[in-house]
Design a protein around this ligand. Structure first.
Ligand SMILES: *Cc1c(COP(=O)(O)O)cnc(C)c1O
Length: 351
């Protein structure tokens, strides 16, 4: 008998790479190309290292209250964590304790099956249709919970509010998590439905639309009871999940509505321009409501060849493996200038 027999063995999630290369056009992990709110920079410069001597506020009140104000919710309806990855992991651990499988699409955020595995939660991946849309009938049977990324990643496709509600409605006896990581780029949120459904948890992040991936801030909105159960689990593992700067800078970013609207609008405009250019170059893609485009080239050259030629030109995109997605690359939306360069280089590669 070896200690290794009792190890919790898992196959970990593989995050997109963060290479240290100068002048790279990094469009592989859906980061925002614009800096965070200028108010964040200002507040950051006012820190003293002595501020870090004490523990941060375990209740995260500053950030929770800011989100409550900005989204017109009660503070007791908000949970914050170290990126939405932490929030989602906590939600999986808290709510998915059934012997029945939890359900999510076969093509979606590739962390869901990793959390299910690490927590030993049975799960079933429901196949998307050929056009990458969700068949809501797949989510009507008995299950241990449902997770839907909306808009979905890496496809970019949005499921209508009406259909999301049908899934929530059909699953009142389990928790339905709607991961709205990309909703701020022109998607439609279901957050208002939490008044109607106590089994709905909406999860969001500061990593994409608020340009703060490096600070690690995510949050969930749900009824008071759901949030209380998540807090109980959080306080059973780590009371001080959020560090002091995240609490303050996150709150400042949340309040800066004007800058947030300006930059998300800019990303949407650049996305629409990029769609048109990619189409002209012979790419096809599902209609994206996010800050990325999941595109397939319809000409001769293979995806991997295009991606490696882009890389030679210091442009990195994300490629996933698996039968249904092996011809697609996910292109995050950068600045106008960056996307013009990407299109110019693609034209040259494909000529
Ligand atoms: C990026 C992303 C997350 C994780 O975001 P963090 O807040 O940076 O942890 C969660 N879900 C989806 C669908 C994402 O694309």
């Amino acid at each position: 008998m070896s200690w290794e027999e009792n190890v919790r063995k898992v196959v970990p999630y593989v995050p997109g790479e963060q290479p240290k290369i100068d002048n790279l056009i990094k469009i592989n992990t859906n980061e925002n190309p614009y800096p965070p709110s200028p108010k964040v920079q200002k507040a950051l410069s006012e820190y003293s290292s002595d501020d870090f001597r004490k523990y941060p506020d375990p209740t995260c009140a500053e950030l929770v209250d800011a989100l409550a104000t900005v989204y017109s919710r009660k503070s007791s309806e908000i949970f914050v964590g170290v990126g939405s990855d932490d929030v989602l992991a906590t939600a999986f651990l808290t709510f998915f304790n059934s012997d029945k499988p939890i359900l999510f699409p076969d093509i979606t955020y590739s962390f869901y099956d990793v959390w299910a595995n690490v927590y030993r939660i049975p799960f079933k991946q429901m196949p998307l249709r050929a056009d990458f849309s969700i068949d809501i009938n797949d989510y009507m049977g008995e299950n241990g919970g449902v997770v839907i990324a909306n808009p979905n990643a890496p496809t970019g496709l949005e499921l209508s509010t009406e259909f999301v509600e049908k899934i929530i409605e059909a699953n009142r006896d389990v928790v339905v998590i709607v991961d709205e990581a990309y909703v701020d780029f022109g998607g439609k949120s279901v957050v208002d439905l939490i008044d109607k459904y106590d089994n709905l948890l909406v999860v969001r992040t500061f990593s994409k639309s608020r340009s703060l991936a490096g600070l690690r801030i995510g949050y969930a909105i749900g009824c008071e009871k759901l949030i209380k159960y998540m807090l109980d689990v959080k306080y059973s593992i780590n009371s001080y999940t959020m560090n002091m700067p995240s609490l303050k800078l996150g709150a400042i970013a949340a309040y800066d509505k004007e800058y947030f609207e300006l930059t998300t609008k800019k990303v949407i405009e650049t996305r629409e321009w990029t769609k048109k250019e990619l189409k002209d170059l012979g790419f096809s893609f599902a209609d994206s409501h996010t800050n990325f485009i999941f595109a397939k080239y319809n000409g001769e050259m293979s995806r991997d060849e295009i991606a490696s030629k882009l890389r030679e030109r210091k442009i990195i995109v994300r490629c996933f493996n698996g039968d249904k997605v092996k011809d697609y690359m996910r292109i995050s939306i950068g600045t106008d200038e960056e996307m013009q360069t990407v299109i110019k280089e693609l034209k040259d590669i494909l000529k």
